[in-house]
Write a new protein. Sequence first.
Length: 724
Amino acid sequence: MNSEITKVVAKNLNNFTIKQINAVLSMLTSGNTVPFIARYRKERTGNLDEVQIRSIEDENTRVTNLFNRKDEVVKLINEQNKLTDRLYNDIINAETLQQVEDLYLPYKKKRMTKADIAKQQGLEPLAQKILSYDDSFDQQATFFIDINKKLNSREDVLSGVHEILAEYFGNVAKYRDWIRQYTNSTGLLTSKIKNNAKNKDDDQVYKNYYEFEIPIKKAKSYQILAINRGEKEKILTVKIDVNKDKVFKYLSNQINGNMHGKAANFIENSYQDAYDRFIKTAINREIRNQLTESADEHAIQIFGKNLYNLLMQSPLKGKIVMGFDPAYRTGCKLAVIDWNGKFLDKLVIYPHAPASKNEREHALKQFIDFIKKNHVEMIAIGNGTASRESEQFVIKAIKKISWPIYYVIVNEAGASVYSASQNARDEFPNFHVEERSAVSIGRRLQDPLAELIKIDPKSVGIGQYQHDLPEKQLDNKLDRIVETAVNKVGVNVNTASVELLTHISGMNKNVANKLVAYRNENGEFNNRKSLAKVPRLGKKTYEQAIGFLRVIDGDNPLDNTDIHPESYSIAKKIINMTNMDLNMMGTNQMKEKLNSIDIAQFINDNHLGYETVNDIYQGLIQPGRDFRDNMPKPILKQDVLTIDDLYKGLKLQGTVRNVVDFGAFVDIGVKQDGLVHISNMSNKFISDPNSIVSVGDIVTVWIKDIDIDRSRIQLTMINPTQNG
């Protein structure tokens, strides 16, 4: 590790100590994963979580790239024999990549410019004379015609000198930096509809931006992304406006000061032209890029939060579930899965038009018989085409069943993507795509994490403008979110899919495939130790992964905890202090015994860290604990609601499906999700909807407005009976 880089990282992240930063970077360099460090090395990091560890990792990468670029720029300028002590110090002391690039700009190799041609024609001495405010330059211009036959007139000479000066002023880092800051702080971002472009925007998606302006510093991320898309689709014209007179006044004070005369006028024309042609264009492009990068990053953060909350939805455990993939003409596909998600049975029925009345009646009988045959306890209905008609059909059927059956409308976004994938074909080679979708819909209700992990996160219907975002950055963020969620929950090593295992700390797809192949060939794992026999699962991978892999009902009860095997000796020492055995873990009796132990004294006597012992203690009390059990449960239903049943002021419960900058979309049980605008989330001002709700939350809402023709529902989370 570079100590200078570490010092800068510590300076920029002043909420962490040098010791913490060194510990994190040292462990990452040694091949430890972020989930492993966060979970099993708390004493070394000072109890940093995954987000904090990644912030150190990212800042170290950023600063390292900055240092490398500084070294590269110094080398490139030195090769031109133009590196002065002052320039070297300016580059080394630069705090941002932009400052480095501004300093490098005058020395950057580029295509031949008009200024370069003028220099080749020998006009630099005249430019220097003007910069010394010698007003006799005008009389000397003709001299350069005589010594350079390519210059035909005095105007040619002065034009060339003008280019030299304009390029010079345009390359001064100090001027660019001031103008950049001034434009950022006072400039306006504006957009207008292009001539004859309304016919390209039939749905008036960009109507809000036909005549739009906002201070750059106040522009919202979703506004930037919308404007960018409108510009890309050639509907909007976008530009940045700034008070040019103030810019010229600054340049005048910096360059001419109190100087007057012919030379001062010539210089003034040169720096004004430098702004108009070089500086303004470059800085406006930089600011647009920065706005886009910031908006992209914000949208990626929103996507990440939504994805995490979606993956961490509470699973519906211990139920036989039917997945119901609705359709009209091609029939509804049904699939039953057992408590562990194992496929049991499937069926296709035709309960909707254009099927005949007889066919629909037959479908009802088939459906009821199918439920009884498989002892179905819960039905997951996909929310796609024919969803609401299928919901009414299901209600009619379950009323004829002797035991209580509930149903849930499940967001099926991305189910078809998974169903057509090679993984789905491998698991169910003889199924139609829609039949695989029915299995997937059922599994989404039963274990959202295990099923959604198989799908490209960009296909699950959350976030905003995700298709416009930089793919590499988005994928990197989503991979991190998936890794965090999977390792937070842990997996049953005897049922986990390859897709799930791939995201376990330290593992990759190759090792995951080897593990599943070994399991299929040799049967279930009875303990964690036996995982060491899996090909390619070496010592380092075993160390990083094993704490997140659970063996349920195996030889060793500790294998069904998040206690790492490296700490088993400590766990057993604690158990021995209770005079009980491992098989009593998780019982009230064990909990009482553990609560009677003086943990602080135990830590002190054994020279252990509090965090490690506390985690072991929690693992003994709650073996097999699942953090998702504390998340909101899905709304179980036995009756249907339609948009015609809604009226202003009606109080409902709904599930948050998506959170965006301007509010949240809530499923209230009708075909169309309702929007709670950010202004209707609280009586208090809020700037971020994520501070109020998350994907998967169950919220109480009231109907604020209904537009049946456009199928739009406005909701509020503020009780209308309360005064705001």
